[in-house]
Write a new protein. Structure first.
Length: 344
């Protein structure tokens, strides 16, 4: 079996690619210095914006990955979308935010970013939100890039294996932020990541990294013992010095005012785990499966909430282990999390 890039670092810890500015170049560098595997977060970026981040990463380490959002258009139920928009519009207006009621489509510049990564090869590319096609896998393989798919079920793992990927990132439902599921319309039941890892490994003979609900060295050990080659951490790094987490988000993660997380489609039209705030309480009951249309619909409102230091209107992404997030250097956090599992 081929050795996967994330299996070659000193520590079996992967820094999750948190798109939207949370995973900064400083954060990836800190993860690398600690001996972990860093990811450049390519989501929400054009190929032109991604390029300098990749080149900066090359200057730091030869061992890293780039994560992309694979297109996964879901037909928009216009009636349901319009009903959601009608409920959201007066709330946005009360906050002085104008919205465009027409659903916006985009593919996150996916083809252009794949073209860039074929022309400027990196060690590893991972995909989330959908399984990469066999054609894209072959193109990346042609330039000696390993390809990893994020999966959330055994069915997705089998499809990814059939498409020729080199490894899997198994994401449990307790992970913070967006679920990587290839079927964003499905009901995602709560379960321990370790159980999902065992189910996937029973079905597919590929190397696996695992994440979701990781809150301690003990949870890292549990996933490694279940057969994972590495463990992905994101929420645990949100309070680190190097993370681009907004001050409002940082405060909410440490506040007693927020005491639970929930998977919700309210913010973007795609299931994502966040701290439960007023936005979730009001709009989750009427949320619709319509990513990226809902993402674009609510984007300006959420941006203003961040600028106004309003945690009740902001997408406060957080996994179930958010109470274990630590302040300080990400380098120290990663080292303390993975030190006793150092590879010889």
């Amino acid at each position: 079996m081929t050795t996967i890039a994330f299996e070659t670092t000193d520590l079996p810890i992967i820094g999750a690619p948190m798109a939207g500015g949370t995973t900064t170049p400083e954060l990836t560098a800190a993860v690398s210095r600690a001996g972990g595997f860093p990811f450049v977060a390519g989501g929400y970026l054009s190929a032109e914006a991604l390029a300098p981040l990749v080149e900066r990463m090359r200057e730091t380490t030869e061992t890293f990955g780039v994560n992309l959002f694979a297109p996964n258009p879901v037909p928009v139920d216009r009636g349901a979308f319009d009903a959601f928009t009608s409920a959201f519009e007066p709330v946005a207006a009360d906050h002085g935010v104008a919205i465009d009621p027409e659903p916006v489509k985009d593919d996150d510049h996916y083809d252009e970013k794949v073209d860039y990564l074929v022309a400027h090869p990196v060690p590893l590319v991972s995909m989330t939100f959908n399984i990469p096609t066999a054609e894209v896998v072959d193109r990346l393989h042609s330039v000696s890039t390993q390809v990893v798919a994020t999966v959330t079920s055994t069915e997705e793992a089998r499809t990814a294996a059939d498409h020729g990927v080199d490894a899997l990132i198994v994401q449990g439902p307790r992970a913070g932020g967006h679920s990587g599921t290839a079927d964003p319309t499905r009901s995602i039941e709560d379960r321990a990541t370790v159980d999902l890892v065992k189910d996937v490994l029973a079905e597919v003979a590929l190397p696996v990294a695992a994440g979701g609900g990781v809150d301690s060295p003990e949870s890292v050990e549990e996933l490694l013992q279940a057969g994972a080659s590495a463990v992905v951490v994101g929420t645990l790094l949100l309070l680190s010095d190097e993370a681009g987490t907004a001050p409002t988000h940082r405060a909410a993660l440490q506040s007693e005012d927020f005491n639970e997380t929930q998977l919700t489609r309210a913010f973007t039209g795609r299931p994502a785990r966040a701290l439960v705030n007023d936005f979730v309480k009001k709009f989750d009951p009427i949320a619709v499966d319509a990513y990226p249309a809902v993402h674009h619909l609510t984007k300006s409102f959420r941006a203003q909430a961040k600028n106004n230091d309003d945690p009740q209107g902001l997408h406060l992404w957080a996994g179930t282990g958010y109470r274990s997030a630590q302040t300080g250097s990400a380098e120290t956090i990663v080292k303390e999390l993975g030190a006793r599992f150092a590879r010889s």
